[in-house]
Design a protein around this ligand. Structure first.
Ligand code: ATP
Ligand code: MG
Length: 399
């Protein structure tokens, strides 16, 4: 674990050598002190982004206006952010201005929670102005400063509190929690994309039931897309929820809990990508097939390998008596006669040639699909000759 910090040490040393300050900060220090695996290393510094660009060979200016650049060093990315203090917030979303400063204190003061407001210098000494170490020890999430003010500045912090609770298994401090309940409706003004990022982490957390309990208790869910329209949904969520590692899995699961809300509606309301749409749809389709017919060749053939784990997690959450195991899926997949349509011994052109008088139409796709299915189920061997014979016995309806 310390290796992560050792690898980053030269960055801090280089910055200091040029007369600026630099510290490890935020999540990595929190994770180090709580014995969790480190996700990534963030560095905070008194040097302005332009200086950092001068000091290192590979610098990606990802958010210069906010003072953030990525330094690539030995194939690893480090987020390096200039000390800043945030000005007034007039929209519960973004600070009106970002001011660069040259002291660490103010930078730590603008951070959301005490456990995230820790810094560490190159010698491993911790800078803890708000009792973050004690809160880690006590497993408490507490805002830096006045909870009400901090949530009014940025309502996303309320959802972040839930997500850290879910990731770390920490309780939310009573006053912080009280203000979340009071101010929850401010969440509706946030950009959905920001909410989605935090919620995805919430449902993926090792202690997801903590987060979901708070979501229910504070009634924050009433201000989340879809949940606001279908409040009954939260009651259907399994109280022993296991982590769902991608938001596509979450959507599949929630849709299966409440089929009234289509996957499409979820994707639209949460402004999710097409990738998540595909993932949710594939998991839902596989689940229905599993539920109706069971685990078989056709199911594993159609499900993208990347979604196997998600399918297993969602299926097992749906409280079926039969548990699905990943091993079974892979075993079935390995024994498939073909892995994809490309491996089929016959193609669209062959079929067109077989029916020279027929016009191209939907029948062609349907026939290909039927052949695929017959081959996958081993009703016919994957050879051109045998498939042609099969077609003679199962002639397509041409339309
Ligand atoms: P993770 O390991 O999940 O990345 P993290 O603590 O690094 O956790 P980030 O969202 O990457 O979380 O944010 C990095 C740091 O920036 C936080 O630790 C916190 O100090 C600060 N921060 C991020 N978002 C906010 C916010 N909305 N308000 C105040 N401070 C924030
Ligand atoms: Mg981070």
């Amino acid at each position: 674990q310390n290796q992560w910090f050792m690898n980053a040490l030269p960055i801090i040393e280089t910055i200091e050598k040029h007369g600026y300050q630099a510290f490890f900060v935020g999540g990595c220090v929190r994770d180090l002190l709580s014995g969790r695996p480190i996700g990534d290393i963030d560095i905070t510094t008194s040097a302005k982004p332009e200086v950092i660009q001068e000091l290192f060979d590979k610098v990606i200016p990802v958010g210069i206006e906010h003072g953030t650049v990525i330094v690539r060093y030995n194939q690893v990315s480090y987020e390096v952010t200039t000390f800043r203090s945030e000005g007034e917030y007039s929209d519960n979303r973004h600070p009106d201005e970002v001011t660069f400063i040259d002291e660490l204190d103010k930078d730590l003061e603008r951070r959301d929670f005490t456990i995230n407001a820790l810094a560490m210098n190159k010698d491993g000494e911790i800078i803890d102005l708000f009792g973050g170490q004690e809160d880690i020890q006590q497993k408490i999430i507490r805002t830096v400063g006045n909870a009400s003010e901090r949530f009014k500045e940025d309502a996303l912090r309320m959802i972040r509190a839930l997500r850290f609770s879910s990731q770390l298994g920490f309780r939310i401090h009573s006053n912080t929690l009280k203000q979340m309940t009071t101010l929850r409706s401010d969440i509706q003004h946030l950009a959905v994309e920001r909410i989605e990022k935090e919620c995805a982490k919430l449902f993926a957390g090792d202690y997801v039931s903590y987060g979901v309990n708070y979501l229910e208790q504070t009634e924050i869910y009433r201000y989340l897309p879809v949940f606001s329209k279908y409040p009954i949904l939260i009651e259907k969520v399994n109280p022993d929820l296991n982590p769902l590692l991608s938001f596509g899995e979450c959507i599949a699961y929630f849709h299966l809990l409440l089929p009234d809300v289509t996957v499409k509606e979820w994707i639209k309301s949460w402004k999710c990508s097409n990738q998540l749409l595909r993932e949710a749809n594939e998991i839902v389709t596989a689940y229905h097939q599993y539920n109706n017919i069971g685990l078989d060749n056709w199911l594993v053939y159609n499900l993208e390998t990347d979604f196997y784990e998600g399918f297993v997690r969602v299926s097992n959450l749906m409280g079926n008596n039969r548990k699905v195991s990943l091993d079974n899926l892979f075993k079935l997949q390995n024994e498939l006669p073909i892995q994809s349509r490309k491996m089929l011994a016959i193609n669209g052109n062959d079929l067109v040639a077989l029916f020279p008088d027929a016009k191209k139409g939907p029948w062609l796709q349907k026939l290909l699909r039927d052949i695929e299915k017959a081959v996958v189920y081993r009703e016919v061997p994957n050879s051109k000759q045998e498939i042609k014979e099969w077609i003679r016995c199962n002639p397509p309806v041409i339309n």
